[in-house]
Ligand binder design. Structure first.
Ligand code: SF4
Length: 323
């Protein structure tokens, strides 16, 4: 039986960002240097495939440091960043802590600290409950930061007290939604102090731009990524707003709902910053079993960002360390 034709437009850049590569490399390097187990506080990045493959190599994922029984084993903090209470607890127990927080998240932490030192109240634009937001709010004492999630939150903010205001944002937000919220904040608070450089990171911005280019050209778009990945969810929303009739988030090929792809002629594919390229390939292969696929890459930016490993992991592996 002949297969129907399908043009796949692959968004570029897509998939792993420099912060995710660094965090995964940190766990692998810790395993190579110190052997298993290596403890990791929370999912190192929001992707089950990545977490499971590290688990098989000897990583042990824990929700809290109290679950780390052995103070001689490395414990790694995830790329999303942690509240200050976490390294403080690690120090009080003399744990062997390694911080894999993305340097672009750390930049936001430092900005918030500087504003606080200068007597400013901080507005954090972000999503409640996301680990990055928990980490950023946890850099300062309670009450120093107010979380802003929506335009309604801006309208509900009380009139400014006798304290200057500054804002910072989560790194993985929708560029367009955030622009709207920041404009509303600036309208209400014209003296509002902005970050020197955008907090939404290069990877989030570039992946959203590529999706905006592809979305109007395709009948459907798949975002390879996890439901708990903020930047992946934003890519799905961006695709729909940019004119794609159907945008879905999918973790693996076996999750694809084939019933929605009946008469499709052109499909866009992208991947969130925590989704490995091997899963994109798996999904293209699954389409190739059902369609006569031709694949074209639509590129909107080149990326060459690289972050070195945390200092504790820059040495050579021990000669007889476990795989
Ligand atoms: S999405 Fe951006 S902030 Fe988050 S880990 Fe990647 S580079 Fe860092």
């Amino acid at each position: 039986m002949t297969k129907p034709p399908l043009d796949i437009l692959l968004c570029a850049p897509r998939g792993f960002c420099a912060g995710v590569v660094r965090a995964i490399d940190a766990v692998e390097k810790a395993l190579a240097m110190h052997g298993a187990p290596v403890y990791v506080r929370h999912e190192i990045v929001h992707n089950k495939y990545v977490v499971e493959s590290l688990r098989r190599k000897g990583a042990v994922f824990v929700a809290e440091l109290s679950e780390v029984p052995d103070t001689t084993r490395p414990v790694i903090f995830s790329a999303h960043g942690v509240p200050k209470s976490v390294p403080a607890e690690a120090a009080s127990r003399t744990l062997f802590a390694i911080d894999a927080t993305c340097p672009l998240v750390t930049k936001v932490h430092r900005e918030a600290e500087v504003h606080h030192k200068r007597g400013r109240h901080i507005l954090l634009v972000g999503h409640a409950g996301h680990p990055e937001v928990i980490g950023t709010m946890g850099q300062l004492p309670p009450g120093a930061i107010t979380l802003i999630e929506t335009l309604d939150d801006v309208a509900r903010l009380p009139p400014p007290a006798d304290q200057p205001l500054a804002y910072v944002t989560q790194t993985t937000l929708s560029v367009d939604d955030t622009r709207g919220i920041v404009q509303a904040l600036q309208t209400r608070f014209p003296e509002l102090i902005a970050p020197h450089k955008e907090d939404i990171c290069y990877a989030t911005t570039n992946r959203q731009e590529a999706v905006k280019r592809v979305a109007p050209l395709v009948d459907g778009l798949l975002v390879v990524g996890s439901p708990n990945s903020s930047n992946s969810q934003r890519l799905r929303e961006v695709a729909e707003r940019a004119g794609c009739p159907s945008a879905r988030l999918v973790l693996r090929a076996d999750e694809i709902d084939w019933s929605i792809f009946g008469a499709i002629k052109r499909l866009g594919i992208t991947a969130g910053a925590s989704a490995p390229e091997v899963l994109v390939e798996e999904i293209i292969d699954a389409f190739a079993e059902r369609y006569e696929v031709s694949v074209e890459t639509v590129s909107t930016a080149d990326e060459s960002v690289f972050f070195p490993l945390p200092r504790e992991l820059r040495g050579e592996p021990a000669p007889n360390a476990a795989e």
